[in-house]
Design a protein around this ligand. Structure first.
Ligand SMILES: *[C@@H]1O[C@H](CO)[C@@H](O)[C@H](O)[C@H]1NC(C)=O
Ligand SMILES: *[C@@H]1O[C@H](CO)[C@@H](O)[C@H](O)[C@H]1NC(C)=O
Ligand SMILES: *[C@@H]1O[C@H](CO)[C@@H](O)[C@H](O)[C@H]1NC(C)=O
Ligand SMILES: *[C@@H]1O[C@H](CO)[C@@H](O)[C@H](O)[C@H]1NC(C)=O
Ligand SMILES: *[C@@H]1O[C@H](CO)[C@@H](O)[C@H](O)[C@H]1NC(C)=O
Ligand SMILES: *[C@@H]1O[C@H](CO)[C@@H](O)[C@H](O)[C@H]1NC(C)=O
Ligand SMILES: *[C@@H]1O[C@H](CO)[C@@H](O)[C@H](O)[C@H]1NC(C)=O
Ligand SMILES: *[C@@H]1O[C@H](CO)[C@@H](O)[C@H](O)[C@H]1NC(C)=O
Ligand SMILES: *[C@@H]1O[C@H](CO)[C@@H](O)[C@H](O)[C@H]1NC(C)=O
Length: 876
């Protein structure tokens, strides 16, 4: 605690010590209560909110020096002390109303020179705290009525409040006003002046208020005991330019029964508006007021919370009413206890020069035909908030034609109307009617929404908060430019109506249950569309394409499905800039799919690729092309077409064999071996191989294409058939073999036949050395065989050749004599022509270790198996 603070607090402690009230001792007895912060300091230290916290002292120690406004109303404060606000030099507003303050220190506001607004309404002050107020030279608003002082006399010093604009004073103990009471403020030009006196006003000295210069004047004084005081009050304000003149509780306890015209000075009052608030009015008193008002320049009259009663003495003088010339811009009749006031003088003639008539909270239950007849100048009729039912305002026996010729706006809001048809019948003849407000009713049911005929002038139809079914739309006026059907429980829109209502510029459908936006929604003139708070999840660029004028769209708070369509809509709307999404982005959330729930749609960015259909197509096409290309390259490299063709041939051949077998032929081996060779090696085969194997003691039957192929048969068939008919296949490998397509086929078919077994039926004879790795890829099988299978190498040295033949014979096995020669009928012209050359017998040659790791018995075994089986080829 700084030294300075100790010094400022010292007098305070001393002062407390002097006074006896223990509850006011700060910090000690109060600390438990104030331990919880008694005020809310908000607005970055500018405002202390201490409203209604049961405080019985000002918690000054919690106030930061920056405070500009303090609200201490509705507490239990009993006194204001010098220290309470002394540390707050910036204080501008102080609200102390509704406490029990009976004392204010004279120097309480000494350090608050900036204070502009002080409210000590409804406290217990016994005196006007003039001395305490004196430092407040900037005071603009001082409210100190409803206190317990007995005189409203202002001290001389009030003249110094040059800034004062609003002043209220008085209280229940002020018995009356004296002429000099307000003399000190005669030079102040006030905005508002309010004076309250006892309900039992005893005296009012003429001229008491004459000095007051104000725009708004409010009397809160009951003249039950002094009715004639009203004459003096009105005279005091004669010819002053008032905006509002208000009388509260004019007669608080009794109805005026006198005969004196106490309102006669109203004629000279030039106020913009006259307000009677609370109080008792009987018919006669009201007639006095109105008769004088007819001659006064006042243009607006409001009667609110009035207790109205008929006067027993009034005699209905037939068709004549005393009030026929009440020329007012506005007549407001609000919260009047007795709706009889409407039929004032038993006529409605008092309405006949009213321009805007507002009758609210009156709960009348009939509107006689003549009422409509009288309101011929009314252009605004507001009968909202009256619990009106259809039959109260619409009577089939009345003739409405020609009535209400000026009515422009008809407000029927907040009633209990149910029938659109009755409404249309009532208003059909109101020639100038343009605006119809039927919000907060029960309109729109199926049954009561047929056969409506509306006046052609209706441009605004305001019907929010009703219960519309989709079909009831067809019972709405089609001439409207503005249609408000917000909060009407609509779940569907009938397009038939919107096609007809082609003037529609503003359409408000917020807060309904609309489940989808119809695709063919055509509204050529719509500029503003509000469909927020509905139940549709899908919206797309097509949704509003038939609304070319649309410039403002409010569509937030719908359960949106976040997909490309929506994204495209948002992008499209933003880029075109023609339509303004007025509630974007904070009201737009995803609802579907679940992972995106509550995500702001503005944060939902699915990416271009996912959403642009052209990109998707381009990517698809490109990918397919690439895959095809890769496939083709692979095909080329691995010779797939060749294999495919070959496989096809095998299947064909097998099928054929199967058919032949089915026809009864039993396939057996016709040859011991099929020899495959390129024609470059034909000489070797003819000159060396054939003689050696065929012309020996035990001749082998060999198949070579030059000789044994069936002429006229397709070569592939020949190959397959002969391979199938041969026990073994010998391949004579050389460089040329590799280059021969047919040889490759033969090799392939032989392999196919040997599939699933060892390749022992395939014998490789390497006539010239081949480097396996130099072979093309399509010979991968051959490469594999060369690397894994034993093969016979044709020795260049003659001496070794005999061994080669022996080897070959042993691999071929013994020629079986039992093998039937199905082909024997075939000509053997070739063999006859070309005689084998000298046989280089096996005994001639030396052994050459050409067989690598292939045991002879295995070969034997295989050949035995082959001998035993004699199987049909197709069985493989
Ligand atoms: C107001 O304060 C007075 C004492 O100054 C007390 O007698 C009275 O009961 C209080 N009124 C209320 C409503 O607290
Ligand atoms: C203050 O307000 C209360 C409640 O509204 C009321 O009972 C009391 O009479 C008022 N005090 C004064 C002085 O008007
Ligand atoms: C008003 O004053 C009269 C006497 O002038 C008295 O009889 C009556 O009780 C008072 N009424 C009220 C509510 O103070
Ligand atoms: C009232 O206002 C009118 C013009 O609005 C003005 O001519 C007239 O002098 C004013 N009267 C007073 C008393 O201020
Ligand atoms: C009130 O108006 C009447 C005419 O309407 C006039 O004769 C009378 O002098 C006026 N009274 C005051 C106080 O201005
Ligand atoms: C009709 O009255 C209601 C309530 O009294 C008000 O909110 C609404 O603005 C009025 N309508 C028109 C068109 O003035
Ligand atoms: C309303 O309609 C009538 C004819 O029914 C026409 O004479 C009048 O000018 C129209 N008023 C407006 C404001 O359109
Ligand atoms: C709209 O109203 C027309 C006419 O009553 C009806 O034929 C049609 O079925 C309705 N359409 C919808 C979607 O309710
Ligand atoms: C869209 O409307 C809102 C509110 O009406 C406004 O604040 C905003 O500037 C408008 N934006 C554009 C681009 O017109």
């Amino acid at each position: 605690m700084s030294i300075r603070m100790i010094w400022t607090l010292l007098p305070f402690y001393l002062f407390c010590g002097i006074r006896s009230s223990p509850t006011l001792t700060p910090s000690t007895s109060q600390s438990p209560e104030t331990a919880v912060a008694p005020c809310l300091i908000i607005d970055s230290g500018h405002f202390a909110d201490c409203l209604g916290r049961q405080l019985n002292r000002v918690p000054w120690e919690y106030f930061p020096i920056t405070l500009e406004k303090i609200d201490l109303s509705y507490n239990k404060l009993q006194a204001i002390y010098a220290s309470d606000f002394s540390r707050l030099p910036k204080l501008r507003g102080l609200l102390l109303m509704y406490n029990n303050i009976s004392h204010i220190d004279d120097d309480a506001f000494q350090n608050n020179p900036l204070l502009e607004k002080l409210d000590i309404f409804n406290n217990s002050l016994q005196e006007i705290p003039t001395l305490a107020l004196m430092p407040l030279s900037n005071l603009k608003s001082l409210s100190m009525s409803n206190n317990f002082y007995k005189h409203a006399t202002l001290a001389e010093r009030f003249a110094k409040f040059l800034q004062l604009q609003v002043l209220s004073l008085g209280g229940p103990l002020v018995r009356g006003l004296k002429k000099g009471d307000f003399e000190p403020i005669k030079n102040l030009r006030l905005q508002r002046f309010a004076i309250k006196c006892s309900s039992n006003l005893s005296y009012y000295e003429p001229g008491s208020l004459q000095v007051i210069q104000t725009k708004e004047m409010s009397f809160d004084m009951a003249i039950d005991q002094q009715p004639s005081a009203l004459l003096d009050m009105l005279r005091d304000f004669a010819n002053k330019n008032l905006t509002d003149l208000q009388f509260r509780n004019l007669f608080e306890f009794t109805y005026y029964m006198g005969h004196e015209d106490i309102f006669r000075n109203l004629k000279n009052i030039s106020a913009y508006r006259l307000i009677f608030h609370r109080g008792k009015f009987n018919e006669n008193l009201l007639r006095m007021a109105l008769t004088n008002l007819e001659k006064a320049p006042i243009k607006r009259l409001r009667l609110q919370y009035i207790d109205f009663a008929r006067s027993p003495t009034f005699v209905n003088s037939g068709t004549d009413s005393s009030i026929t010339d009440l020329e007012l811009d506005n007549l407001d009749l609000w919260y009047i206890s007795n709706p009889d006031i409407l039929r004032f003088d038993w006529q409605f003639t008092w309405f006949n020069k009213i321009k805007a008539l507002s009758i609210q909270y009156m709960y009348f239950n009939s509107a006689p035909c003549d009422a409509y007849d009288e309101m011929h100048r009314v252009h605004l009729l507001d009968i909202s908030n009256n619990r009106l039912r259809d039959e109260y305002i619409y009577n089939r026996r009345c003739v409405y034609k020609g009535t209400m010729p000026s009515l422009h706006t008809f407000n029927l809001s907040t009633n209990e109307l149910t029938s659109l048809k009755d409404l249309s019948s009532l208003t059909r003849h109101f020639d100038q009617l343009q605006v119809l407000d039927v919000s907060n009713n029960k309109l729109g049911s199926v049954a009561k929404s047929v056969g409506c005929v509306w006046h052609q002038n209706i441009t605004h139809f305001i019907a929010h908060h009703n219960q519309f079914v989709s079909g009831a739309l067809l019972c709405l006026p089609t001439t409207v430019e503005v249609l408000d059907l917000s909060f009407c429980n609509l779940d569907e829109l009938n397009m038939t109506y919107f096609e007809k209502a082609d003037n529609l510029k503003e359409l408000l459908l917020s807060g309904n249950k609309i489940k989808f936006i119809p695709s063919k929604w055509t509204s050529p003139s719509v500029q503003l569309l509000e469909i927020d708070g509905n139940s549709f999840g899908i919206i797309s660029t097509e949704s509003f394409q038939h609304m070319p004028q649309l410039s403002r769209l409010k569509a937030g708070n719908n359960p949106y499905q976040c997909n490309c369509e929506l994204h495209a809509f948002v992008q499209d709307t933003a880029s075109k800039g023609q339509v303004n999404l007025t509630d974007w982005p904070l009201n737009y959330h995803c609802y579907h799919p679940e992972p995106l729930l509550k995500t702001l749609i503005s944060n939902y960015l699915p990416g271009r690729v996912a959403c642009d259909i052209r990109l998707v197509i381009i990517i698809c096409v490109a990918t397919t092309a690439a895959v095809l290309l890769v496939f083709m390259v692979i095909c080329y490299i691995f010779d797939l077409p060749w294999y495919t063709k070959a496989t096809y041939q095998i299947i064909r051949a097998k099928y054929r064999v199967y058919k032949e077998k089915a026809a009864g032929e039993v396939g057996t081996y016709a040859y011991h071996a099929f020899i495959s060779y390129s024609h470059w090696d034909a000489d070797w085969v003819r000159d060396q191989l054939l003689p050696c194997l065929e012309d020996s003691k035990n001749p082998y039957r060999l198949c070579i294409h030059e000789r044994d192929f069936m002429p006229g048969k397709w070569i592939i068939d020949n190959i397959i058939e002969n391979i199938e008919n041969s026990r073994k296949a010998i391949f004579v490998l050389s460089r040329h073999f590799v280059n021969s397509e047919w040889c490759n086929y033969e090799l392939y078919f032989a392999q196919q036949r040997a599939m699933g077994k060892t390749f022992s039926d395939v014998i490789l004879v390497v006539k010239e050395p081949i480097n396996p790795s130099s072979l093309p890829n399509k010979y991968c099988k051959l490469k594999k065989m060369l690397s894994t299978k034993t093969y016979l190498e044709w020795p260049q040295q003659v001496s070794q050749q005999a061994f080669f033949w022996a080897q070959l014979r042993s691999v071929l096995g013994r020629p079986s004599p039992t093998t039937s020669r199905r082909y024997s009928a075939r000509s053997r012209t070739y063999t006859e022509e070309t005689q084998p050359l000298d046989d280089t017998g096996p005994d001639n040659g030396k052994l050459n270790v050409a067989i690598v790791g292939e045991p002879g018995n295995k070969i034997q075994e295989n050949s035995d198996v082959a001998n035993q089986r004699q199987l049909p080829v197709a069985g493989n």
